[in-house]
Design a protein around this ligand. Structure first.
Ligand code: GTP
Length: 193
């Protein structure tokens, strides 16, 4: 059986991998997530997904490693994970009543120099909220650990006026792309345990 490692600390990414059902384990990538400012959002998430995957692969040379990174882009600005409630309020304030893009890069590295990658964009339009409703959403603390300060599979669904793209991409892993990379690498599915 192949040793597949998800190079991530993200509970949402784990949940998505668990749903797919192939055996894997997780390890924190432990990389610096600084990228050159001139990179586009797509270039940045691809570079960081590869950086995370390579860092874990260096620690486990015989393993297959999947890394991922995500950014929100709105009005030409990049949003990452909020540092606190005030930051989350500012982020959501930029998203209310507007359309934003979520970009997620994924990279699969394996033995023999195997490296494949993909980047997916989802486009979301949010309702405008009254200040009190926004505070009530912030009270739910779905902003913690989430790029853009919302959870599309949680109460954050009520923010969503329109979604174009793979919903799993918004949660953290574009699973259609992840499956393609795994199948291209020859991973077996539906194995009997
Ligand atoms: N549950 C959930 N998580 C989300 C959603 N949108 C973004 N995220 C999370 O926001 C985080 C994006 O930040 P990243 O820097 O790519 O990843 P991370 O959380 O630092 O985790 P690593 O993979 O260890 O780097 C990921 O953990 C995503 O799963 C959402 O709608 N639902």
């Amino acid at each position: 059986m192949r040793d597949l490692i998800l190079a991530s600390t993200s509970s949402a990414r784990r949940a998505l991998m668990d749903g797919m059902g192939i055996p894997y384990r997780t390890e924190a990538p432990g990389v610096d997530e600084t990228v050159a400012p001139h990179l586009s959002a797509e270039e940045a998430v691809l570079e960081l997904a590869a950086r995370k995957a390579r860092a874990v692969k260096d620690r486990h040379p015989g393993a297959w490693v999947l890394g991922a990174d995500q950014l929100v882009e709105v009005g030409g600005r990049i949003l990452t994970k909020p540092v606190d409630r005030d930051d989350a309020r500012r982020q959501l304030g930029q998203l209310m009543g507007r359309t934003h893009d979520i970009h997620t890069g994924v990279c699969l590295v394996g033995p023999g120099g195997h490296i494949t990658e993909g980047v997916e964009r989802a486009r979301l339009t949010f309702y405008r909220l009254e200040p009190d409703e926004l505070e009530r959403y912030l009270d739910l603390e779905e902003w913690r650990g989430c790029c853009g300060s919302y959870r599309v599979e949680g109460a954050g669904q009520a923010l969503l006026q329109r979604l174009e793209g793979d919903r799993t991409n918004v949660q953290g892993l574009p699973m259609v792309t992840v499956v393609r990379l795994l199948r291209q690498a020859g991973f077996p599915f539906f194995e009997r345990r």
